[in-house]
Design a protein around this ligand. Sequence first.
Ligand code: PLP
Length: 388
Amino acid sequence: MTQPANRLAPISSHYFADLDAKIARLSASGKQIIRLDVGSPDLPPPQAVIERLTEYASRPDTHGYQAHAGPEALRLAWADMYRRLHGIELDVEHEIVPLIGSKEGIFNLQQALINPGDIVLVPDPGYITYSRGAQIAGGEVYRMPLLAENNYLPRLADIPADIARNAKLLWLNYPNNPTAATASLEFFQKAVDFAKSYDILLCHDAAYTQVTFDGYRAPGLLEVAGAREVAIEFNTLSKSHNMAGWRVAAAVGQADALRCLYQLKTNVDSSHFLPILQAAVEAMTGDQSWIAERNLVYQARRDRVAQALERSGLKFCLPHASLYVWFATPDELPARSFCDQLLEQCGVSLTPGTVFGQYGEGYVRLALTAPLDEISAAMQRMEKEFAS
Ligand SMILES: Cc1ncc(COP(=O)(O)O)c(C=O)c1O
């Protein structure tokens, strides 16, 4: 029998793959399941983006391999977006590496930088690829608890000095998945100072910067003066432009780290399909006014969820960004049992906080990625369950 490599040992099967199988079984038995578990936007990108894709795909000369760094127009478009959002001027030659989705970059950066035994500081709960990428590279994961009492920010001062001295990477993600917490520029400044004092590469995953509510603006980590000497930021069109399936993202910032990532990638992938990259250029440089309207759609969904959680007496913080509502289970029920029960009894699928790490115990993540009427139906089922 074929044996897996040792490096696969710390990696269990993916929660969502197992969940898909369970939901398929329940659906086959006639249960109507409402899925609020995965954070995949249900709305499309603007028509102009789709038209740019089809226009380029119809040309005979757009089907070959592309340069590893993609067309210059793509890097210019990322630079344009960073100028518009954060007032930052990026060097398109050295400070931008296009990615095939940010998950790919988050994983591959660690293969490029981490030696066996290197420490990687990851938020817990957090996006799973930070720790999985570190473990596959042979790194040691140190979990920074994100707790409600600290507004889901890691307490950097609590990291033991011997851990910090041996750490090579520190992962942050704000607006946050799964807690929906946000971070201020002052917090980013502290993180940059910490990274500088311990010579750590600070990696900020900015997947949700453009999904914001109530007039909130999410700062970018590179807005901190001097940040790009020690930091890179991952950005993606998956959530900002409703393009999760298109796999378009970039890593920007500290040039030495990006050179290593790029060197690895030239050996792993061969860029992307040009019509998709051209459509991404349109997404980033075309009309952006629709994003505010799209965010109002998510905001209305968030408000419906907040209403139901309040009525049910469940503890949560009203999110001002991201695609998620993070709430405490009733009576401190284990997250997994609560979600199993909700799925089997109400046909509502949510994600247990423990999928994101041990400090997610007692919490559940609800994704706002279904139409309002479906969310409303799910909330009615939940309210009924809690009233009974
Ligand atoms: C925090 C975070 N980072 C990265 C990703 C992956 O994004 P992409 O689609 O660009 O791979 C996700 C997807 O859910 C996410 O929540």
